[in-house]
Design a protein. Structure first.
Ligand SMILES: NC(=O)c1ccc[n+]([C@@H]2O[C@H](COP(=O)([O-])OP(=O)(O)OC[C@H]3O[C@@H](n4cnc5c(N)ncnc54)[C@H](OP(=O)(O)O)[C@@H]3O)[C@@H](O)[C@H]2O)c1
Length: 257
């Protein structure tokens, strides 16, 4: 299968790294930014072509440009796209309806990935009206992490929680690390401890299926140090801050869409 990529920034290149792990795929990479594309090609292989060639030769095209660039990028390609190809857009807020107007006759997938896709630990939601496109998409994303199908109406929520979520988690890891440094740990020790703690705790949630509050209760002994910290987080509106961050991101997604 020839799999093309137009838009090889943070997200497009993360997806390309995951797709490169699939058997029997040839990668066609857009040469729009020769420096970025060349570096990626050196890492994962594939051919460098211009956008029109990628569109003409690919069986599947991943579109990784910014939402405001989607229409102009597709219009530039004009009549050149392969008629039978599947197009997969990762653009925040760009609906299947809008994509169908820009790419009439193509099977379409709208996806919402996050950057941990690059290391096979992503969280990707997707929606499509074509069962063939869904099957191809799932096959190509097999090495990307978790992939779930959702209704298109939930895409903004998925974007705010999982697409934007890594930034919120990094901020939490940074803050835990700062506290470690304040109390004498080296920066690298503190960040490693914070990151591994977040990773292990997240894996506990997924592996046990327990509600996070149950897992938290299991580590808060009466009158102990952990409950002292938990109360301080509550006092400072930690959970409300996280909920507000997701809601602000969701509102902004809707404005951008
Ligand atoms: N970053 C995330 O965590 C995330 C999560 C979910 C979804 N997304 C979605 O992923 C898409 C890309 O976001 P990003 O964060 O990866 O942005 P980005 O790093 O700016 O990547 C966009 C890339 O598109 C290239 N580009 C622009 N115009 C082009 C054209 N006409 N032809 C070919 N390539 C072109 C840009 O190259 P130049 O810079 O050289 O112009 C850039 O490398 C967006 O639609 C975003 O909504 C991102």
């Amino acid at each position: 299968m020839k799999v093309g990529f137009i838009g090889l920034g943070n997200m497009g290149s993360a997806i390309a790294r995951a797709v490169a792990k699939c058997d029997d795929v040839s990668l066609l990479l857009s040469s729009h930014n020769p420096e970025k594309a060349g570096k990626l090609q050196a890492e994962i292989g594939g051919q460098l072509l211009d956008n029109a060639q990628v569109a003409a030769e690919s069986d599947v095209v991943f579109l990784g440009v910014k939402p405001y660039q989607v229409a102009s990028t597709i219009k530039e390609i004009g009549e050149n796209s392969n008629n039978g190809s599947i197009w997969i857009s990762m653009a925040t807020g760009v609906s299947l309806e809008t994509l169908a107007k820009l790419l009439p006759g193509h099977d379409l997938v709208r996806m919402m990935p996050n950057t941990p896709v690059a290391i096979g630990q992503g969280m990707t939601s997707y929606t499509s009206q074509s069962s063939q496109a869904k099957d191809v998409f799932k096959e190509l994303m097999a090495h990307s992490g978790k992939v779930v199908e959702i209704q298109e109406g939930l895409m903004d929520a998925a974007t705010a929680v999982a697409g934007c979520g890594p930034a919120f988690v990094y901020q939490f890891i940074e803050a835990l690390g700062d506290a470690g440094v304040q109390n004498g740990l080296s920066r690298s020790q503190a960040i490693e401890m914070a990151a591994q703690t977040v990773l292990g705790s997240a894996q506990m949630v997924l592996a046990t299926g327990q509600h996070p509050a149950q897992l938290r209760d299991a580590v808060t002994s009466p009158g102990g140090s952990t409950i002292a910290g938990v109360v301080e987080l509550e006092k400072n509106g930690f959970r409300y801050a996280a909920i507000s961050a997701v809601n602000a991101a969701l509102k902004r997604n809707q404005e951008l869409g």
